[in-house]
Design a protein around this ligand. Structure first.
Ligand SMILES: [Zn+2]
Length: 194
């Protein structure tokens, strides 16, 4: 028996301020690329990382060098690094392909996600990991459990959620398109004809 991760998600994505320096994200991807699970939020940042870390920087002499250059390729002066805006993290995906028999996400959750990725994350977010047991046949996840955590400036703290009665129920606004659709509309037209 082993463990497989079903999902890792934000609890309240609208309140997340989680972000990462694109240079840190690139280092993580370069180092762990082959080890990461099939669905991994770091991979989703890849396009943005490439565009930001390849940005050129201009020296006082007027020569432009690549963003990762330490010295100007023309005059040799030290290149002043621009401070780079953090890349916003929009999801916390860290799970394997649904159809697969893979347990990479669970096997890398502590060694890579918690120990290597989280320390480089800035800002705050609340998240959860849902996981379960897989039998030797590896087919289905059983005995689902969910654990909750807060990530705050590079630290992950496990949390317990306590619910208290007394909150307002949510209000759902009906979708107009749905009201007008299909069968109802046909019936209305028949009624009009009579
Ligand atoms: Zn120069």
């Amino acid at each position: 028996m082993s463990t497989r991760i079903d999902s890792v998600t934000f609890l309240r994505p609208e309140r997340s301020t989680l972000n990462i320096d694109p240079r840190d994200a690139k280092k993580l991807l370069d180092k762990y690329d082959g080890d990461l699970p099939e669905n991994c939020f770091l991979r989703e940042l890849e396009d943005k990382i490439n565009s930001q870390t390849k940005e050129k920087v201009k020296c006082a002499c007027g020569t432009t060098s690549y963003g990762n250059a330490k010295f100007c390729r023309e005059c040799g002066a030290k290149v002043v690094k621009k401070s780079v805006a953090g890349l916003e993290i929009n999801c916390l995906d860290w799970h394997d392909d649904d159809s697969g028999y893979d347990e990479t996400a669970a096997n890398t959750f502590f060694p890579i996600f918690v120990n290597k990725v989280v320390p480089l994350l800035r800002g705050q977010a609340e998240g959860s990991v849902t996981y379960g047991e897989v039998n030797d046949d590896g087919e289905d996840i059983n005995n689902y459990k969910t654990s909750h955590f807060i990530i705050s400036d590079g630290q992950l703290v496990w949390c317990e959620i306590q619910l208290h009665p007394g909150a307002d129920a949510p209000v759902f606004t009906p979708n107009d398109e749905y009201e007008e659709s299909d069968d109802d509309e046909d019936e209305d037209e028949e009624d009009d004809d009579r």
